[in-house]
Design a protein around this ligand. Structure first.
Ligand SMILES: CC(C)(COP(=O)(O)OP(=O)(O)OC[C@H]1O[C@@H](n2cnc3c(N)ncnc32)[C@H](O)[C@@H]1OP(=O)(O)O)[C@@H](O)C(=O)NCCC(=O)NCCS
Length: 300
């Protein structure tokens, strides 16, 4: 969720919000022996996990590498029927044409993670607003503006990282940042982490890259805890936070109301540092070399 401040509920804007359109994907997976497996899904992340764990995945991927299979191509389709047609067409392609699809997809989606600047405000607002309109991941009803996000980025960067993930042609595919958890002094070593990947880019490993960098940078600054507040029904984010090493701490029942239903929120906590010794003050500014040392690990 976001730490952005909200005005009170605005029913007319809430009515304008729409549940997320159903997604449908065709995809190719690369097996360790070089072969490509094609399929379709309405949840890319969950399907990838099924292939990798062998629980509910395909026989082919189970016997051709299981945990080592990697996403080689993903294409979003209008709906299930379009995805099924496209899957059949892709499966009929000669291997060379499948390889060409995979090469182009890899080139188009070579994402670089860097520190944001206020000039990223418009792109970040656009990505976030998709979730404002279509999702319960954020409890915000009102659309954010580019100016608000430019100011938000500048504000965050005074104390913590604000990372953006950009394609070679300059498209924003995700962002991750952290805000102070509470304003009272004793909380100074805690942050709330926030992450959003573009709807077309979930389940492809980007969230892990962004959070890995974010958490490492926060640790280097001297923060002790990262918290995340996740909507009860946001299964992908619960799985994600669990996989990233967060521990579920407590549930706030009926904490928000959106799309005509009450929603719980779940608190997750990640210890960046441990120990009972008095903490050093947090370093709000890392050196350029320190930032590069972390970012180059996720930009390989
Ligand atoms: C939650 C979110 C940030 C995760 O990022 P992502 O790029 O989709 O996740 P990744 O592909 O990097 O997956 C990282 C791990 O989480 C697991 N995971 C992610 N989504 C999952 C899902 N839907 N089902 C099961 N596991 C999932 C992956 O299997 C992977 O595990 P591994 O390290 O064992 O391979 C992304 O889905 C997103 O932006 N969702 C919409 C916005 C949102 O909910 N933000 C969080 C608000 S609290």
């Amino acid at each position: 969720m976001s730490g952005k401040s909200l005005r009170g509920p605005a029913p007319s804007l809430a009515d304008a919000c729409q549940p997320a359109p159903e997604t449908a994907w065709v995809y190719l997976l690369r097996c360790p022996d070089g072969s490509l497996y094609g399929g379709w899904t309405n949840d890319l992340a969950r399907r990838l996990k099924a292939h990798r764990t062998g629980k509910g995945g395909a026989k082919y991927t189970k016997s051709h590498g299981g945990p080592a299979v990697r996403l080689a191509y993903a294409e979003r389709c209008a709906d299930k029927s379009a995805a099924l047609k496209r899957e059949a067409a892709i499966k009929k392609l000669p291997k060379a044409e499948k390889e060409a699809l995979a090469s182009k997809w890899a080139a188009d989606n070579r994402i670089t993670i860097r520190m944001a600047t206020p000039a990223d405000g418009a792109a970040v607002a656009e990505l976030y607003n998709w979730y404002v309109l279509h999702g319960t991941q954020t409890f915000q009803y009102r659309l954010s503006t580019a100016e608000e996000y430019a100011a938000n980025i500048a504000g965050v960067l005074e104390k913590a990282p604000f990372l953006v993930a950009i394609t070679p042609d300059g498209r924003l595919q995700g962002f991750a940042c952290a805000h102070p958890w509470h304003s009272r002094e004793a909380y100074a070593w805690n942050v709330e982490a926030t992450i959003y990947c573009a709807p077309d880019c979930v389940g492809q490993g980007l969230g892990k890259r962004l959070y890995t960098a974010l958490l490492e940078l926060l640790r280097m600054q001297g923060y002790y805890n990262a918290f995340a507040i996740v909507t009860g029904e946001n299964k992908a984010s619960h799985e994600f936070h669990k996989r990233m090493g967060f521990t579920k701490s407590f549930v706030e029942k009926h904490s928000g109301y959106k799309f005509g239903r009450w929603l719980d929120v779940v608190y997750w906590q990640y210890p960046l540092r441990t120990g009972d010794a008095p903490p050093e003050p947090v370093r709000y500014r890392l050196t350029e070399a320190e930032m590069v040392s972390i970012l180059e690990k996720v930009n390989l």
